[in-house]
Unconditional design. Structure first.
Ligand code: FAD
Length: 639
């Protein structure tokens, strides 16, 4: 029997970013005991890196804003493929979640009359992003950690133990979920420092593990984002949706090579920065797609006036949704009008006084000064697309965040549906708060409803341990594969063949490569012991990276249209027939012995949008996305 440290909780939250922490707070406030597990240090998550802000229609800067406008913007951004119920809950609940953070102690930037300040961002009709300079995620995490500490102090007062109800397990990686008769029974993992195994026995697990960016070579994501939650859910029997939609943020650093991909916040454009090509032309005016015609300024003069008078001018096309801007940059570079290092220019230096740039964008100022020796108050930045976010994730019920596996919940970037084919900037931080809370509630209600808790079988623990240890004892002698080599090959293939512009033959090549890596992965071999062994950690993560890459590539091949974060060179148009179709990934074989089970992709129709929500849009706009049949019930059509 495997030697393993055992813990029992009501709920285990995997991930300590915004979604995970908000779920922990909610479950604890319902009186449940919660473990929060994270593979890096507590406080080090993508959420902490979020710069621009958190979208919520508080209407502090423009009173025209409300949940309906936010809902419309989100659906447009996602090209109407979003789970509309999630988009509705998100738009309605985001303001309350931001105000609630203030009650936890968050200190947002203020307007002159003392309200929470809100900034412009791509695709948002009004200034909507509550922010703290360009370090908003840091404040979110700081505040929620502070709230957790205050709850632990209450627990100490009541039980004499700070960790009576909430305990943090940092630098601890979960490698497998354990089920009994199809229901969640626990989670298995290892301590990164000692390599020792740990088992959580719990009837409910909330996955909040973030994204998959490390499957691509150029990315804004850091080392942890290997799609673990996505793969854990698949292996436990849950389904992933929308995996073909990967967001390439238009502005990542392109130079020097060591920092390629690091994010340049959209806040630069929100605060007045403009994109230019090597001919000094503000090229975004040439790239407003038909679906957005009339909604964006068509002259530089109008675009510039919009920054100070948004009610009487249309917004700059520099702030089109990210998918549009990323494709435009790609086209400019391809046409030979790029910057010296293969990007384009982002100019804020000629638009704002130096002091204002340093005050509004302190992190960007330091990032460029220290990493690229560029003073952004004096010269333009060089920027280009970088893999940033995955719209695809675990299919969940919008109201409870439950997956199709009883006891398994998901929230934040690892869940799918909310953002459709493309996420608007700022909508992730609000998503984490809204659905993190709902996942905490959903998991609590589930646990409270149980008559009997599932038990963890010893055999399940043994097989999870065997799988985790397999890189120390590969099956074939003399055929040793290095995990770092396989990771580099996978990242290169995904970047080159399933990147920002895709076509069938290249995706097929990528699938060929993924198939080859799946065979070679069985012979991945690591040296040394289980004590802090990064090669072993990567070997374990690599299985997850390959699984999610296969989902992305297979779904990308199947979706024969271009929409949001999925651009097919061979099918360049939006196709109304595809609008309500989801591609659902699952594994046919959930045997935990299978290192990397095969992925199948099936087409599933979405529930039609509720009529009162449909009526928030003009018929003329919907006609750009929907089939004629779908709109037959629209009141404007009936007249
Ligand atoms: P994360 O914050 O990514 O946290 C994931 C957690 O899961 C971590 O604690 C990690 O250690 C843990 N984990 C992962 N795998 C395992 C495992 N196997 N076992 C145990 N723990 C595990 N969005 C906005 O809305 N506004 C912005 O301004 C913005 N700026 C951004 C800037 C950057 C540079 C980046 C990279 C993203 C930005 N985003 C922004 C996107 C947003 O930050 C993320 O989508 C969001 O923070 C994801 O939050 P999350 O809670 O889902 O997961």
């Amino acid at each position: 029997m495997t030697e393993v440290e055992r813990h029992g909780y009501d709920v285990v939250v995997i991930g300590a970013g915004g979604a995970g922490l908000r779920a922990v707070i909610e479950a604890r406030q319902r009186g449940l005991s919660v473990a929060v597990v994270c593979k890096s240090l507590f406080g080090k998550a993508h959420t902490v890196m979020a710069e621009g802000g958190c979208a919520a229609s508080m209407g502090n800067v423009n009173s025209g804003d409300n949940w309906q406008v936010h809902f419309r913007d989100t659906m447009r951004g996602g090209k109407f493929l979003n789970n509309w119920r999630m988009a509705e809950l998100h738009a309605k609940e985001a303001p309350d979640r931001v105000w609630e953070l203030e009650t936890y102690g968050a200190l947002f930037d203020r307007t002159e009359d003392g309200r929470i300040s809100q900034r412009n961002f791509g695709g948002h009709t009004y200034p909507r992003l509550a922010h703290v300079g360009d370090r908003t995620g840091l404040e979110l995490i700081r505040t929620m950690q502070q709230k957790i500490v205050s709850l632990q102090q209450e627990d100490f007062a009541e039980h004499g133990d700070y960790e009576a109800k909430i305990k943090v397990f940092a630098e601890c990686t979960i490698t497998e979920l354990i089920t009994e008769e199809g229901r969640i029974a626990g989670a298995f993992g290892y301590w990164r420092e000692t390599g020792r195994f740990i088992l959580f026995e719990a009837p409910a697990v909330v996955l909040a593990t973030g994204g998959i960016g490390k499957s691509f070579k150029v990315t804004s994501n850091s080392w942890e984002y290997t799609g673990d939650g996505h793969a854990l859910a698949l292996r436990a029997g849950a389904k992933l949706i929308n995996m073909e939609f990967v967001q390439f943020h238009p502005t990542g650093m392109v130079w020097p090579p060591s920092v390629k991909g690091i994010l340049v916040t959209e806040g630069v454009r929100g605060d007045g920065g403009v994109l230019k090509n090597s001919e000094e032309s503000r090229f975004m005016f040439d790239y407003v797609p038909d679906v957005f015609k009339g909604q964006y300024a068509d002259s530089e003069e109008e675009a510039d006036r919009w920054y100070t008078d948004a009610d009487n001018n249309r917004r700059t096309p520099d702030l089109l949704p990210r998918d549009e801007v990323a494709r435009a940059i790609n086209s400019e570079v391809k046409a030979g009008r790029g910057s010296p290092h293969g990007g384009v220019f982002l100019d804020i230096a000629s638009r704002l006084p130096a002091e204002e740039i340093k005050r509004k964008l302190p992190s960007m100022y330091h990032q460029f000064k220290e990493l690229a020796d560029v003073d952004i108050t004096k010269e333009a930045m060089e920027v280009g697309p970088t893999c940033h976010y995955v719209m695809g994730g675990i299919e969940v019920d919008p109201d409870t965040a439950s997956s199709s596996v009883p006891g398994l919940f998901a929230a934040g970037e690892c869940s799918g549906g909310m953002h459709g084919s493309n996420r608007l900037g700022g909508n992730s931080l609000s998503d984490l708060l809204v659905f993190g809370r709902r996942a905490g509630l959903g998991a609590s209600s589930y646990v409270e409803s149980l008559v009997e808790r599932p038990a963890v079988a010893d055999a399940a623990v043994d097989s999870a341990a065997k799988l985790a240890l397999s890189p120390f004892d590969p099956p074939e002698e003399g055929v040793e594969e290095n995990p770092y080599t396989l990771q580099v090959e996978l990242q290169q293939a995904m970047n080159d063949l399933v990147g920002i512009i895709r076509k069938a033959e290249e995706i097929e090549q990528a699938l060929g490569k993924i198939g080859e890596i799946k065979k070679r992965i069985r012979n991945v071999t690591v040296e040394g012991h289980r004590q802090f062994n990064p090669g072993w950690h990567l070997a374990v993560d690599l299985r997850n990276m390959v699984m999610v890459s296969e989902c992305v590539a297979k779904a990308a091949l199947k979706r024969t249209e271009s929409r949001g974060g999925h651009t097919r060179d061979d099918y360049p148009q939006l196709d109304a027939e595809w609008r309500n179709k989801l591609l659902v990934c699952s594994v046919s074989d959930t045997d935990s012995d299978a290192a990397v089970p095969a992925i199948t992709v099936a087409v599933q129709e979405q529930l039609p949008m509720r009529q009162d929500l449909v009526e928030l849009f003009e018929l003329e706009e919907l006609e750009k996305y929907y089939t004629g049949d779908e709109l037959s019930g629209h009141p404007a059509r009936k007249e």
